[in-house]
Write a protein that binds this ligand. Structure first.
Ligand SMILES: [Zn+2]
Ligand SMILES: [Zn+2]
Length: 408
């Protein structure tokens, strides 16, 4: 049973409740472009996890098969132990994810939003392949792979609700559990909060290992990362820090540094590269969120197109195993093209219009190739989303190009 897939409707109900709270309280925690980028990375994460579902899991099964000390039997208390043990290893996975260059290149996606709301929880990396290594001690102890997969999914589901600014501090709860307040601090770019509060469900690991930091009124959290990603393109959001590491490794004259840079502390750069190509210093006193004017028509366009891509992703998640390789590949390519196109439209790229027209044409070809598998209602739904949103694209781009001229 894929627990995350079952949790998705609950996630969207909670997002709707948070949006209602935003309206009632008059807060400004949501922006369409930022929220859609978060959701788009969530889609990428889901597609990638369907593709590689077997790979990391096989490594775990292999280790458990060959090296397990005990054959642990499933009892209710063993589930509790597995849940707590998983969170302990999650802490270290997460901590290394922040503190080592190559692991940060993957985890940075989750921190790249400068807003903080429930969609931020779904902003997940598409390159988390190495995480499985941190859970191998559980395999060696003999925990059943399915048990670990289940408690891992529960751990992730728990973390959803803490991504909100509508809940304040929760008294004793802050001492034991990860909460909205202590996780807000984790998403901050203010110096005082950097590399703090790594827990997934329990915050006690941070208290034990000296990485706890309370959210302070004196230092209001500025969300995001130092060295903003400045993009609504979920593919670039996933690739940016890797690209920086590749550039730096390429440019340095030291052969040792070409190798070591990947495993050094996050932010470390070879000395010659740092001198020749210094990165911009961040001044948080003048912090402004990344934004690009987005007319209402393009907001509606983005939401509708996201609806189309999310529908196809759900279909892919449920029925990937029953599709031919050609169908799988064309579906994945279309989903990625959709995510790219929505991002390019929100960024006002000059090629976005042509790209999107081509993509809507490709939808028809893809639906033809899937016509035996897709119910007719679903085909009608997907086509109508394209038909209704195309006029919005044309009008929205006209207005956007005007405001971009004023903006620049
Ligand atoms: Zn993190
Ligand atoms: Zn988070």
């Amino acid at each position: 049973m894929n627990i995350i897939l079952y949790a998705i409707p609950i996630f969207f109900v909670l997002i709707a409740i948070e949006l209602a709270a935003e309206k009632i309280r008059g807060t400004q925690y949501y922006r369409v472009n930022d929220a859609l980028t978060s959701l788009a990375t969530g889609v990428m994460n889901q597609v990638v996890s369907v593709i590689q579902r077997l790979i990391p899991f096989t490594l775990y099964v292999f280790v458990e098969d060959r090296f397990a000390f005990f054959g642990l039997l499933e009892t209710w208390w063993l589930w509790v132990v597995a849940f707590i043990a998983y969170d302990f290893f999650y802490y270290w996975n997460h901590r290394f994810g922040h503190e080592v260059n190559v692991l940060w290149a993957s985890h940075v996606v989750h921190h790249s939003s400068e807003d903080y709301n429930l969609t931020t929880a779904l902003r997940q990396t598409g390159t988390g392949f190495l995480s499985v290594i941190f859970y191998l001690p559980l395999a060696i102890l003999g925990f059943d792979p399915l048990m670990v997969l289940s408690v891992g999914a529960l751990n992730l589901v728990y973390q959803f609700w803490v991504h909100t600014q509508h809940v304040g501090k929760l008294g004793w709860f802050e001492w034991v559990f990860v909460s909205p307040s202590n996780h807000r601090a984790h998403h901050a770019q203010n110096a005082i909060y950097i590399d703090k509060n790594y827990g997934g469900v329990f915050i006690i690991w941070d208290r034990l290992f000296g990485t706890y930091q309370e959210e302070l009124d004196s230092d209001p959290v500025i969300f995001g990362i130092t060295g903003s990603v400045k993009s609504w393109n979920p593919l670039w959001v996933n690739a940016q820090v890797y690209a920086q590491l590749v550039y730096d490794a390429w440019r340095t004259r030291s052969w040792a540094d070409k190798f070591l840079i990947w495993f050094k502390r996050t932010g470390w750069r070879p000395q010659d590269v740092d001198e020749q190509y210094p990165l911009e210093k961040v001044d948080l006193t003048r912090f402004k969120k990344f934004d690009i004017p987005l007319p209402a028509q393009l907001k509606a366009y983005g939401i509708m197109q996201y609806g189309q891509i999310a529908t196809l992703t759900l279909f892919f998640s449920i029925s990937a195993a029953t599709l031919s390789l050609v169908q799988q590949c064309s579906l994945v390519l279309y989903i990625f093209a959709g995510l790219f196109g929505i991002g390019a439209t929100m960024e006002g790229k000059h090629y976005a219009g042509v790209f999107e027209w081509l993509r809507h044409g490709l939808l028809l070809i893809m639906l033809l190739s899937l016509s035996a598998q897709l119910p007719i209602v679903l085909i009608l739904w997907l086509v109508s989303l394209s038909l209704v949103s195309v006029p919005l694209l044309v009008l929205g781009r006209l207005l956007q190009s005007r405001s971009l001229r004023l903006y620049s």
